[in-house]
Write a protein that binds this ligand. Structure first.
Ligand code: BGP
Length: 457
């Protein structure tokens, strides 16, 4: 393993940061959920806003040389499209970045990890409006100009390869897949996010000296349930629609034949906009690396295509695909370490770009804070160990250029659905007692892994 390999962990603002009403922060989609969704309140989460010093010291103690976080758009622009940025938000991120660098921890910053300013949803229908793209680019410019002297790794939109599955996630429009106009709505939202991506990548290359910027995708590794060609085709189709179509666009700079056909079938031509094609084909608008989340693989049966179109959420969709050959976590996610090696090989062969693992890990509700404040999470150590072994094999035996491993939720945080008991961390956060932090067994294990550059697992 390269001695400059990036070891660390990964978080997002809405799941980790808290401080929802502090420092002039505006309301994001998740702050809106906090008011409206029963039992789910994202306003404090792990309270990184007040614990960042302690947290970064814990990261340093584990030996992190890298930390992935996202910037909350509403902390810099409370309404998303304000005339001026909010200085207090900038000050907060400066403090965090400087503290990280003080400990030789490189920040990897996600520009959009789903916490859309609520005002933009109300005013422009979120990503359904071009104005949202403009506001996003203005916000990105601020990030690059103010933090780009110190932040050299950037990610654009979190898991945007799944955008077409849930186009209504960041819009006021809540069309259902069987309603009229749905296809046009879905493709417009998707297209706007892609314009936002390309513009952000180009801007980063223009403004950040030595800056590297990548996309972030949810890996969607699918196996055929049997060797029947119908199942093989179903699995292939799944991977095309959930990954390759999107990556083809970002890497090659134009929608591939399958997506062009989708736009045409919906009677649309935005995919051929001259201005868009000029932008997307520019060298400066091309990503430097591909980052991704990898938690599980799925198994496809010909009939599952139906399940897929009917599933209301991503989790429902994935839970539907059993793989009889693999164990599952208590959340129904398959445990497939070799799948990580397969995925790394597959993506590297296709796109030949450096790869960064920015999410992996085992989320379970089993962590128990013992009376002596220890947490015995051997199941987590086992999961991560198996995945690191396969990553190492991909790097050392298959010659894959994978340059970092940043497991998800390195310090406990809220799950995307708001479940605070689904924990991933090396550090336990006691939500019932002042957000106190406690080192789990995996903390000491991961420290050794980093120290030995994965010689000791
Ligand atoms: C990814 C998201 C993360 C994170 C992770 C784990 O899709 O990028 O934000 O939440 O999944 O999922 P969950 O929180 O449901 O356990």
């Amino acid at each position: 393993m390269n001695k400059n390999f990036l070891w660390g962990g990964s978080t997002s603002a809405f799941q980790f940061e808290g401080g929802a009403k502090e420092g002039g922060k505006g309301e994001s989609l998740y702050d809106f959920f906090s008011k409206t969704k029963e039992g789910v309140d994202y306003s404090v989460t792990s309270d990184f806003y007040h614990h960042y010093e302690e947290d970064i010291e814990l990261m340093a103690e584990m030996g992190f040389n890298c930390f992935r976080m996202s910037i909350a758009w509403t902390r810099l622009y409370p309404n998303g499209d304000d005339a001026c940025y909010n200085q207090s938000g900038v000050d907060f991120y400066n403090r965090v970045i400087n503290k990280l660098l003080h400990h030789n921890i490189q920040p990897v910053v996600t520009l959009f990890h789903w916490d859309m300013p609520y005002h933009l949803i109300e005013k422009y229908d979120g990503w359904n409006g071009k104005e949202t793209v403009d506001a996003f680019i203005k916000y990105c410019r601020t990030c690059f100009e103010l933090f780009g002297d110190r932040v050299k790794y950037w990610l654009t939109l979190n898991e945007n390869n799944l955008c077409k599955l849930i186009p209504f996630m960041h819009t006021k429009t809540k069309l259902k897949s069987d309603e009229e106009g749905y296809e046009q709505f879905k493709l417009k939202v998707y297209h706007n996010t892609n314009v936002a991506h390309f513009k952000a990548v180009k801007l980063c290359h223009d403004l950040v000296e030595d800056g590297k910027i990548g996309c972030m995708i949810a890996s969607s590794l699918a196996y055929p349930m049997t060797s029947h060609p119908k199942d093989v085709f179903a699995a292939m189709r799944h991977e095309h629609s959930k990954m390759y179509n999107y990556l083809d666009l970002l890497v090659k700079g134009k929608y591939n034949h399958r997506e062009c056909a989708e736009f045409s079938a919906a009677g649309m031509s935005i995919h051929q906009d001259e201005e868009f094609l000029l932008l997307s084909s520019e060298k400066k608008a091309k990503i430097d690396f591909i980052s991704f989340s990898y938690y599980f693989s799925i198994c496809m049966h010909d009939n599952d295509v139906k399940i897929e179109s009917q599933a209301k959420t991503m989790q429902m969709m994935y839970a539907a695909y059993e793989n009889p050959m693999l164990e599952k976590s208590s959340f129904g996610w398959t445990i497939d370490p070799l799948g990580l090696r397969i995925f790394l090989n597959d993506i590297y062969d296709r796109y030949n770009l450096p790869l960064l693992i920015v999410e992996n890990g085992l989320g379970v509700e089993d962590d128990v804070l013992e009376t002596d404040y220890s947490v015995h999470d051997d199941y987590r150590i086992k999961y991560l160990k198996q995945h690191i072994i396969q990553m190492k094999k991909a790097i050392e035996e298959d010659q894959i250029d994978c340059f970092g491993f940043l497991p998800w939720g390195c310090i406990d945080l809220y799950s995307a659905s708001g479940n605070k008991n689904k924990r991933y961390g090396f550090v336990f956060v006691d939500y019932d007692d002042n957000y106190k932090r406690y080192k789990k067994d995996s903390f000491y294990w991961y420290k050794k892994v980093i120290e030995s550059n994965a010689e000791e697992l």
